[in-house]
Design a protein around this ligand. Structure first.
Ligand code: M6R
Length: 615
């Protein structure tokens, strides 16, 4: 059972007899492994709502609570992983509505918040933060002042929201009541004796209760100290069915998964949704905080600069930029770029891809470009990181905290952002023959496709047993499949310690084929129908030298299956590029299960660090 699903923020809530501030703080502490950049707590006291919040670590919040103590038996708390608006005191949660009638915390993204904000500003509302959350607080406050219960107000308000969210709300007048609603962002409720709790993840409930209810999509909950009511979106009561959680705390942090890496692999459908949230309209893509159209029309070359997995995502970007836009694109290792005295056109764009936003070589390459007055764009996961701050513009991948050293979900989000960027440029340049609307339609389905690809996991477990003793493994493909193979190879070598040779399949006969012998494995990515015949020939070349071939394929002709020793097959989307991207998921699963079968230390592979902040 897993409740953790790629969400970004930590949510806490308590109603009972204890000091709610202490409980909420303790709950936030237990969610610390998720990463955060600001935190806050609100309580009900004598017909008003008090709150304390602070940018930075939970210790910063603790100091702020010492300076401005608050207390109450009904409290909500939040640790924020910034997506809209930087990590500042004002952007931290909880947020009040304009009249301070309600206060709330939020996890997720309200896609239509700019429209709602505009509408509210015309009615005279003013806002203190840059967040979508504060807009939601104002909408809920407005509904609440129409009369009725807080539960009803929240139920009506969320009909005005588009996006993925979990909200937890208190009002100043309904004493001892917390209302929660869930739509695509996880929320779990904990049933205690004379007290009830809620949280975004199970570890925050375990010290208080093991009776847990995972909220369903679209449901709302009303928590009081002696009661819990759950209703559906139409206000109809639904039965409360608690489950007993037997996990220990460490397992609960991983959402019941054995390792963070596996949890993060499984989060990818949700990450795809998060990454696309607010960025797709009916038939176009929308990227916030991007250069003007004049700039996009002027750019003559793109240089993508990154390390490791982010470099591999950059290769996918190159493939798309050149194929879709005919825009010349180079991809550089940051460490080579910074010392390589690169030739840079003054009209070029330098794109820096980084999960952490702190990789030393990538940061140095960025500073080099800035000193040469080249335009810079970041594609970064961690809001507030150095690369995000120093680039002229930054697009966030919105993948949520990635804890495993081996990057998985960040890669998928990076490739997606590069795809959105290509489509944005296509829109501006009105690229002939490219129908952005078709891409938008397919991108909307991508999360479901990823979910289906994950069902290949049991087959990867079996294959892992058969392949775990390979002395060497090739990763081969053509076009985008070759680039995805580079990432698959990195996963296998970094966590399972199996030597790999990754290469475009056509290169094999120019040397690497000499390494093939019995026991050697070759993993082919085969998602491009236009190269199936060529790939089949390459498969035969391996087999003729006693190598074993596993193909990861969306080929519907059956040719790849027939030629290979093993296949992992999935249904294709309409775009070969997206099929290639999806094929990384079985590669990640295979690497994970091989490493697991070999007893390797998966989340902390030997000699490696999550963020390489030294040269
Ligand atoms: O934080 P960054 O994306 O800049 O990190 C770059 C590489 O260090 C990173 O992608 C590394 O290769 C991965 N941990 C590999 O799984």
């Amino acid at each position: 059972m897993s409740y953790s699903n790629g969400d970004m923020c930590g949510i806490a809530g308590y109603v009972g007899e204890r000091n709610g501030v202490e409980v909420a703080y303790d709950q936030l502490k237990r969610l610390e492994y998720r990463g955060y950049d600001s935190a806050g707590i609100a309580v009900q006291v004598d017909g008003r709502l008090d709150l304390v919040k602070k940018a930075g670590t939970l210790n910063m919040l603790a100091k702020e609570l010492e300076l401005h103590p608050i207390t109450g038996t009904c409290a909500i708390g939040h640790s924020r992983w910034a997506t809209h608006g930087g990590p500042t005191d004002l952007n931290a949660h909880p947020h009040f509505d304009g009249e301070q009638d309600v206060v709330l915390v939020h996890n997720g993204i309200i896609e239509n918040y700019l429209e709602l904000k505009e509408e509210l500003m015309q009615k005279g509302h003013t806002f203190l933060s840059q967040t979508d959350t504060e807009v939601a607080a104002h909408v809920i406050g407005e509904e609440y002042r129409k009369g009725g219960t807080l539960l009803e107000a929240v139920r009506h308000a969320v009909r005005r929201f588009r996006g993925a969210y979990a909200f937890v709300v208190m009002s100043k007048s309904e004493i001892g009541t917390i209302v929660a609603v869930r739509n695509a962002s996880p929320l779990v409720l904990g049933l205690g004796q004379g007290e009830n709790l809620l949280a975004s993840d199970i570890p925050a409930l375990l010290p208080y209760t093991r009776q847990v209810v995972a909220m369903e999509e679209g449901h709302l909950a009303e928590l009081k100290k002696d009661s819990l009511r759950i209703v559906d979106g139409d206000g109809r009561d639904v039965p409360v069915r608690p489950q007993i959680i037997e996990w220990d705390v460490a397992a609960a942090e991983r959402g019941g998964y054995e390792h963070f890496m596996l949890k993060e692999i499984h989060e990818q459908p949700q990450v795809i949704r998060q990454c696309l949230a607010g960025r797709l309209t009916e038939d176009r893509v929308f990227l916030e905080n991007i250069f003007s159209d004049t700039v996009w029309n002027e750019i003559d070359r793109v240089n993508i600069i990154a390390c490791g997995t982010a470099f591999h995502a950059g290769l996918m970007g190159k493939h798309l930029f050149e194929k879709l836009l005919r825009l010349p694109t180079d991809v550089y290792f940051s460490s080579e770029f910074r010392y390589g005295d690169p030739v840079l056109s003054p009209k070029s764009l330098a794109v820096f891809v980084s999960q952490s936003g702190e990789t030393a070589d990538t940061l140095a390459a960025l500073r080099l470009c800035k000193s040469r007055r080249i335009r810079t764009l970041g594609i970064v996961n961690v809001v507030g990181s150095s690369i995000a701050r120093e680039c002229d513009r930054t697009i966030f991948t919105q993948a949520g905290p990635e804890i495993s050293v081996a990057s998985t979900k960040a890669y998928t989000a990076q490739v997606l952002v590069l795809s959105l960027l290509a489509l944005h440029i296509a829109q501006v340049q009105e690229t002939p023959g490219l129908r952005v609307a078709d891409w938008v339609e397919e991108l909307r389905l991508l999360s479901d496709h990823a979910q289906t690809v994950l069902t290949l996991e049991p087959e990867t477990v079996k294959l892992a047993e058969q392949l775990k003793n390979m002395p060497l493994c090739f990763f081969l493909g053509r076009g985008a499949d070759a680039y995805v193979g580079y990432e698959g190879a990195l996963k296998l070598k970094e966590i399972a310690y199996i030597p790999t040779q990754e290469s475009p399949a056509g290169e094999m006969k120019h040397g690497p084929l000499a390494l093939v012998e019995a026991g050697v494995g070759a993993i082919f990515g085969a998602t491009d129908p236009s190269t199936v015949d060529k790939v089949v020939s390459n498969i035969k070349e391996i087999q003729a030298r006693a190598g074993t071939v596993l193909s990861i394929t969306s080929d519907t002709s059956g040719a790849i299956r027939k030629a290979s020793d093993h296949t992992l097959e999935f249904q294709p989307t309409r775009f070969d590029f997206l099929n290639a991207l999806l094929s990384v998921i079985p590669m990640q699963l295979l690497a994970y299960h091989i490493a697991n079968a070999k007893g390797c230390s998966i989340d902390q592979p030997r000699n490696l660090a999550k963020s390489v902040t030294v040269e």
